[in-house]
Design a binder for this molecule. Structure first.
Ligand SMILES: [Zn+2]
Length: 394
C-alpha cells in the first residue's frame, strides 16, 4: 500500500492542522484523527456478537470502524530481544498476536509501535544496539508487516550514529520486502538533537515519522518545536495515556494534535486485576466505570454522566444506539458468553470510545478549517482544563 500526504489547513493559534492522507485512488481520509490499536481490536472482537444482536443487524459497514490507520505494538526490552535471537520458539510466539492483527485488517494501513519504557531507556541508560535493532526489523518482517518501524539505539545517541544506524536498518528492511520505513523518534530526547534528527528525516523524504510519547510537562521544547511544523509528512504520536491524571480525566487522545501531531495512538499496558487477601479479584462497581464523553472530552464515570446529563447517553454509536443509561448498564455488563460485571461493561465502553472519539475528531476538523481551534478547546471542559493548566502551549 502506498501513502500520500498533503497538508491542507493550519490553525494560527495552536499547532493543529488538517492533512489529507491518500492510501489509494478510492481511499483517502483527513487528520487529525486516531488510530485503532491491537487492544481496542480485541475489545471489539469480544463484544461484537452482542453489539450486532442488540442492533438487530447483520455484521456490515454500519458497525465497521472507519479508522484507516491501525497500530500494532509490543513492549520490548533488551532481555526479550536477546531471547528472540538466542532461543528457538520465542520469536515465533511473540509474532503470533501481531500477525493476527495484520491479517484482520488487510485493507488498512498498519503501523508498528516498538514500545520501550522511559525507565529502561533513560533511568537505566540502556543502549538497544544495532544487533537488537536488526532483530526488531526481522521481527516485523516476519509478522507480515509491510511498513517497518525503526527506533533508535538510544534517544540521546549522537546525530552521526543516528544517521548511520537508520541508513543500515532501512536498507535491511527494504531488502526484506518493506514498502515503507517509519523512523521512530523519542519525545524524551534532548531538544537540540530532536530538532536536528527531525529536520534530517524531513530532508530524507520519509512520508511518515513515528514519535514515542513522553510527558509533555517534562519535554516541552520538543513539543513546542513541532507546533510550528508545516511539512507534508504524517506525524504519528504513539503510546499516549488514556487520560491525563486521576482527578482530571481528560481524554488524552484529543490533546497531541494541538502540538502538531496528525495521528494519535493509545498504548494500553495490561494491568493485573486488584485482589483481596484471599486472592479474589476486586472489581469496581458499575457506576465507577469510565465512559468517553464527547461533549466535555473527558472520561466520565457513569454516575457522573447521570449527574451531568441525566439518563440520555447522547451518543448514536453502534454500542449506545437506542439505549438510555439504565439499559446501557444492564445490557453492556453481560457479554454473549454470559460473563458479567464492571470489567465487561468497561470493554463495551472502550468500543464506544473508538467510535465516539473518532467522530469527535471529525467535529474538531471543522473548527481547525475555520482557524478556530481555540473555540474548540474552550468549549470542551476537560480539554480546556488541561490547556489552562499548561499555559505555555498557547
Ligand atoms: Zn457510543
Amino acid at each position: 500500500m502506498t501513502i500520500r500526504i498533503k497538508s491542507e489547513v493550519k490553525d494560527e493559534d495552536t499547532g493543529a492542522r488538517v492533512v489529507r492522507v491518500r492510501l489509494s485512488s478510492s481511499n483517502s481520509f483527513e487528520t487529525p484523527t486516531r488510530s485503532l490499536t491491537s487492544t481496542e481490536h480485541n475489545y471489539q472482537v469480544e463484544t461484537m456478537d452482542k453489539i450486532v444482536s442488540s442492533l438487530g443487524l447483520g455484521q456490515g459497514p454500519s458497525i465497521a470502524f472507519e479508522n484507516q490507520i491501525v497500530q500494532a505494538s509490543k513492549s520490548h526490552d533488551l532481555l526479550q530481544l536477546q531471547r528472540f535471537l538466542k532461543q528457538n520458539g520465542v520469536f515465533h510466539q511473540a509474532q503470533r498476536s501481531v500477525t493476527g492483527l495484520v491479517n484482520a485488517y488487510p485493507n488498512k494501513f498498519i503501523i508498528y509501535y516498538p514500545a520501550f519504557t522511559a525507565k529502561m531507556l533513560y533511568d537505566e541508560n540502556n543502549v538497544i544496539g544495532i544487533e537488537n535493532l536488526k532483530t526488531l526489523v526481522d521481527f516485523q518482517v516476519n509478522c507480515n508487516l509491510k511498513n517497518i518501524s525503526i527506533p533508535e539505539s538510544h534517544p540521546n545517541q549522537s546525530f552521526d550514529h543516528f544517521q548511520q544506524d537508520l541508513q543500515a536498518l532501512s536498507k535491511r528492511a527494504l531488502a526484506y520486502g518493506a514498502d515503507i520505513v517509519i523512523p521512530y523518534l523519542d519525545m524524551g530526547m534532548e531538544n537540540d538533537l530532536f530538532e536536528a534528527k527531525y529536520e534530517h528525516l524531513i530532508d530524507c523524504g520519509f512520508p511518515i515519522i513515528g514519535a514515542a510519547y513522553r510527558k509533555y510537562s517534562e519535554h516541552y521544547p520538543n513539543y513546542r518545536f513541532l507546533q510550528q511544523r508545516d511539512d507534508d509528512v504524517l506525524l504519528v504520536c504513539s503510546g499516549v495515556d488514556r487520560y491525563w491524571r486521576s482527578n482530571y480525566t481528560t481524554s488524552f487522545m484529543h490533546v497531541p494534535n494541538f502540538w502538531g501531531f496528525d495521528i494519535t495512538s493509545l498504548y494500553a499496558r495490561s494491568v493485573p486485576p486488584k485482589k483481596d487477601k484471599f486472592g479474589n479479584v476486586i472489581r469496581k462497581s458499575i457506576d465507577e466505570v469510565k465512559r468517553f464523553d464527547a461533549d466535555s472530552l473527558g472520561l466520565v464515570t457513569l454516575s457522573n454522566h447521570e449527574q451531568m446529563y441525566g439518563t440520555e447517553l447522547r451518543c448514536e454509536c453502534p454500542v449506545c444506539q437506542g439505549k438510555d443509561i439504565t439499559q446501557f448498564k444492564q445490557e453492556c455488563s453481560v457479554d454473549s458468553k454470559g460473563n458479567k460485571g464492571s470489567h465487561i461493561l468497561d470493554k463495551f465502553c472502550k468500543v464506544h470510545e473508538i467510535y465516539a472519539s473518532t467522530s469527535e475528531f471529525t467535529n474538531e476538523r471543522r473548527y481547525i478549517k475555520q482557524n478556530d481551534a481555540k473555540t474548540y478547546i474552550d468549549s470542551h471542559e476537560f480539554l480546556k482544563v488541561f490547556f489552562d493548566s499548561n499555559s505555555q502551549s498557547s
